[in-house]
Design a protein. Structure first.
Length: 333
């Protein structure tokens, strides 16, 4: 078997693979060695394999021939429970008691029942609805996940996950920014369009907006990865993507704790000014208008989310930028 063949397999594909079935159902030693080695080389498929193992076990239906004594006892109990007089239509065949044909309806019923169980399992695993939680403009929202982990969403952010599959794979998708406190257990993954964050039990912050991707570790250990590489973070360390999409070497920020936005403080380290203005827009429900030259300037700055005038002053005054407000439109030049 070529291990590369299985990298594109779904859970259903694995559950129908003969060697996989021999491993799960029969405990075939050769198959077990192959699949365990394959999993070590492809840990990213662990969720699909676990789901496939569950499927393969559920689909297993053992059908054993009952002994003559068991048949006799079974039909004696059925006859005893059946009224002596029953109506039989002319076209219904009468089958002798000692005929093996009487077991057919029971076995057919078992087949239908097994098929129904498998169908329900497939629906639960693959077609259960995704749950989505969103925080609107100028809003924060806290949500508890099925295992007791929690997520706090910053303004204009969204997370999505499958509640019924959570026991098999703790995987959640994020758009925006959120702070996670993860209970200890199996692998916990935050997926974003810009990269992935993996932990076992820890607390950390993830910001994934546009081309920006930044992660801060508060407790435990965090693995941050994207198509260009990965970084390991321990408490107090941060990483983010640069203009080339590479994850920078982990660094510390002494002045501001990670996820200070939960307390209304927003800190930015060497980012385009446009990112700062976008956060002001989310926190104060306003629109900022400026020139491309100003928007692309790299800055390290902060503002507090309780007062718009103060926020604009903290960001713009050190850069000698002028601001004017017209309703909910802010012009910066």
């Amino acid at each position: 078997m070529k291990s590369e063949t299985f990298t594109s397999y779904t859970s259903l594909d694995f559950a129908q693979e003969p060697s996989f079935i021999r491993w799960v159902r029969a405990g075939d030693e050769e198959a077990a060695v192959f699949w365990q080695n394959w999993l070590q080389k492809h840990p990213e498929k662990a969720t699909e394999v676990e789901e496939a193992r569950l499927l393969a076990r559920a689909i297993t239906v053992r059908e054993e021939e009952p002994s003559a004594l068991q048949l006799s006892n079974l039909w004696n109990r059925i006859d005893a429970a059946t009224p002596e007089k029953s109506t039989v239509t002319d076209h219904t065949p009468v089958v002798p008691i000692n005929s093996g044909a009487k077991i057919l309806p029971i076995r057919r019923w078992l087949t239908y029942a097994a098929a129904a169980c498998v169908t329900l399992l497939l629906v639960a695993l693959f077609y259960n609805p995704t749950r989505s939680i969103s925080a609107g403009i100028a809003e924060q929202k806290t949500h508890q996940l099925p295992d007791g982990s929690s997520v706090v969403l910053n303004a204009a952010s969204k997370v999505s996950y499958h509640p019924l599959r959570w026991g098999l794979a703790r995987k959640i998708e994020l758009e925006g920014e959120a702070f996670f406190e993860v209970t200890k257990g199996r692998r916990f993954v935050v997926q974003t369009a810009q990269g992935e964050v993996e932990v076992l039990g820890t607390s950390f912050n993830v910001r994934a907006r546009g081309n920006s991707f930044a992660v801060s570790c508060v407790t435990g250990k965090v693995r941050v990865s994207n198509p260009k590489g990965e970084q390991i973070l321990t408490p107090g360390l941060n990483t983010q993507t640069n203009e080339n999409g590479d994850l920078v070497i982990p660094y510390t920020i002494a002045e501001y704790p990670a996820a200070a936005w939960r307390e209304g403080a927003f800190h930015f380290e060497d980012v385009p000014l446009q990112e700062v203005f976008e956060e002001i827009q989310r926190q104060f429900e306003v629109r900022v208008q400026t020139s491309p030259e100003i928007a692309n300037r790299k800055v390290t700055t902060y503002f507090e989310g309780n007062n718009l005038d103060s926020a604009l002053y903290n960001v713009c005054w050190p850069l000698r930028l002028e601001t004017s407000i017209r309703g909910n439109l802010i012009i910066v030049k």
